[in-house]
Design a protein around this ligand. Sequence first.
Ligand code: FEO
Ligand code: CA
Ligand code: CA
Ligand code: CA
Length: 566
Amino acid sequence: TASRAAGHGGFAFEPIGIATDHEIHVPAGYAHKVLVRWGDALWSEADGAYSPETGVSVDMSDKVFGENTDGMELFEVDGREVIAVNSEYVNPKINLPAASEGVPQTADEVTLLKNLQGVTVMEVTRGDAGYEVVKDSPLNRRITHETEMTLEGPLAGHDLVKTNADPEGRTVKGTMNNCGSGRTLWGTYLTCEENFNGYFGATGEMPEGEGYSRYGIGGEGRYAYETFDPRYDISQEPNEPHRHGFVTEIDPADPASTPIKRTALGRIKHENAAMTQAADGRVVVYMGDDERGEFLYKYVSNGTWEEGQDGGDLLNDGTLYVAKFNDDMTGEWLALTPETTGMALPEILAFTRMAASAAGGTTMDRPEWVAVNPVKPEAYVALTNNSRRGEGATNAGGDDMSTNAANPRETNNFGQIARWTPADGNHAAEAFTWDLYVMAGNPAVYDNAYAGSENVTEGNMFNSPDGMIFSSDGMLWIQTDGDDDNEGDFAGMGNNQMLVGNPETGEIARFMTVPNGAEVTGLCFSLDKSVAFVGVQHPGGAWPDGEGAPRSSIVAVWREDGATIG
Ligand code: FEO
Ligand code: CA
Ligand code: CA
Ligand code: CA
């Protein structure tokens, strides 16, 4: 299809140059428009809820599109197109212009911030002016830091997840810091809880335990939630943080459904969840933990799935593995079990990082998205960067963070993308072989390892790969979240960007650039694959309105001749 047709170096589009402005750029012959912005109404009652001076009012804050869009997936529901999309975090200074330093001063201000994060489910439709959100659709839904959900899997009901409000340890409020996404074979949405630690603070004495320090839990919360809501105060509710940091499943077809936190997939700072199927029908989910020197994981279900079935217990009953990348380009998935970790199963799922350290996983350069090639048995992980990689360095658990073959650069400010092929082409296999698809770098500044691999040229330079999504034709779309000052080591890279990589030839071409200040987050395609929806998170300047505050938005991109691009 179009993304790999012959033409410009094997790509269907003419690669574009860098940009340093506050606009969106796409190749010649392509067009774009904003689909939805932070503060746009999802229901008519919220029309006009957004003000360029004051943002969104608290009473309308759960009826509008949230801030800082991230991972997203598009679903077909009874012939309608529905996008489920994350709002990862909020920028307090933009949302609370009256509050000093952007720290909430009242319970209402905390509620406002809670409501503008989480997940949005919204119907979209193609009108005369291109795609738009269907306001008042019965499928529209907001899921916030206060939405009720259930805990399932082996950690549910355990003492580690019991709180004053939930003595059974099975009912939780909120999904937090929803970063990347995934989709199940049975048509549900997976939202991934990443930096959940930042929402908790201690107003009194901190409980003891490595389970707090390993995840960066303690001190003051990022948004002062703990000042106004005891649930977020670790000194009062020491187990509440144990109830976050999961992959959470949402049914986009049923706005009344209760989201489910899948504890069997482990508790880490989840980036995304890439589901595929093993040769024997078992379900496999690949997952990265985005922190310096943390690990790459996979989950393999015990049961099998067939077309037409729902998920049942497939995400409650299975085995979690951590990846070990050997220097000889082989690798192994190490099962996290009581035997390999010295921990009971519920503890493995609550403190997965500690279990992976005990089992001997390979410390990675901040694993962001994983993407599974739909036309070939292989998968890719974006290792975004790791400024502390080097001799003598360790991760938060004390594991060695000196260089290794998969993470070969000290002070790695550019990042790389690793890929692996499972033994026998079977994603459930415990053995794999691997290589580096690309080492990002700057051949204009360096002529050593910091120049990057051969497929990096002065024409396609980038740093800090983050989002990765395959299109159906087997092309790898790469989104960046890096340094965009275009100076020094980063000269010639410009604003953050989306590139397309050809897995067969290794070639990489720049497709899109976003406004200075922004990162590119999330990608999904219309059902007919003619429109790409692309997330723009934390833009600078006054994009896209041209005045007032910058507004994180989803942008629709299409080819003017209507050809498929996804
Ligand atoms: Fe939210 Fe690791 O990116
Ligand atoms: Ca990310
Ligand atoms: Ca990132
Ligand atoms: Ca981000």
